[in-house]
Ligand binder design. Structure first.
Ligand SMILES: Cc1cc2nc3c(=O)[nH]c(=O)nc-3n(C[C@H](O)[C@H](O)[C@H](O)COP(=O)(O)O)c2cc1C
Length: 186
């Protein structure tokens, strides 16, 4: 008999056999360096578009929307992304300047989620980002806007075949980061 969709989904393989190790107790005091290490490892593993993530925003009524975007940089301002000011996400960020990012590196069994306040960066930085795009022909795009998400929390998740998946959450606390291990979850 033909497989039902439910059976077909159940039978799909999950993570590859060899997954990287993760020792939360030895994690740095801040999430930025750990994120950059995991991103480097995703790049070194040859994953396609390791800098792609979903970005979720909400409008003033709390309706949520998400879409995939490319991470442009990470610095003291936060995690950078860029888009058109005429887009739905830009209009939602005007209404509610907060967002959540989710990076997923399936071949490494890793997820990182990053959530916090979003601020627009300068017109100069936005123009530079537009001009640095592959295939840019030099024409300006005044609608292009670079933003930075400054995280209030960053959570790292490492999948494991014994199902003891590891999570490490950093929460911004004044000018410092608090690190914690949320309960075991599937
Ligand atoms: C892998 C991937 C990367 C993308 N990167 C961007 C990006 O960096 N900036 C952007 O504006 N749209 C990007 N898009 C398109 C967005 O997902 C989205 O369709 C578009 O920005 C309109 O979103 P909105 O209507 O929610 O504002 C990307 C799509 C994919 C699948």
């Amino acid at each position: 008999m033909a497989q039902t969709l439910r059976e077909q989904l159940r039978a799909l393989p999950d993570f590859p056999e060899n997954l990287p190790s993760f020792e939360p107790d030895q994690a740095p005091e801040e999430p930025g360096p750990l994120f950059l290490r995991w991103l480097d490892e995703a790049i070194a593993a040859g994953l396609r578009q390791p800098h792609a993530m979903s970005l979720a925003t909400t409008d003033a009524a709390g309706r949520v929307s998400s879409r995939m975007l490319i991470l442009k940089d990470l610095d003291a301002d936060g995690w950078h992304f860029a888009t058109s000011r005429t887009s739905r996400k830009a209009s939602e960020l005007d209404q509610q300047p907060r967002a959540a990012m989710n990076f997923f590196w399936a071949d490494l069994g890793r997820q990182v989620r990053v959530a916090g306040a979003v601020t627009p960066l300068s017109a100069e930085a936005s123009e530079r980002d537009w001009q640095d795009r592959p295939g840019a022909d030099g024409s300006p795009n005044p609608e292009w806007q670079l933003y930075a998400l400054r995280p209030a929390e960053v959570e790292f998740w490492q999948g494991s075949h014994d199902r003891r998946h590891l999570r490490l959450r950093y929460v911004a606390d004044g000018g410092r980061w608090r690190k914690g291990r949320p309960g075991r979850e599937e």
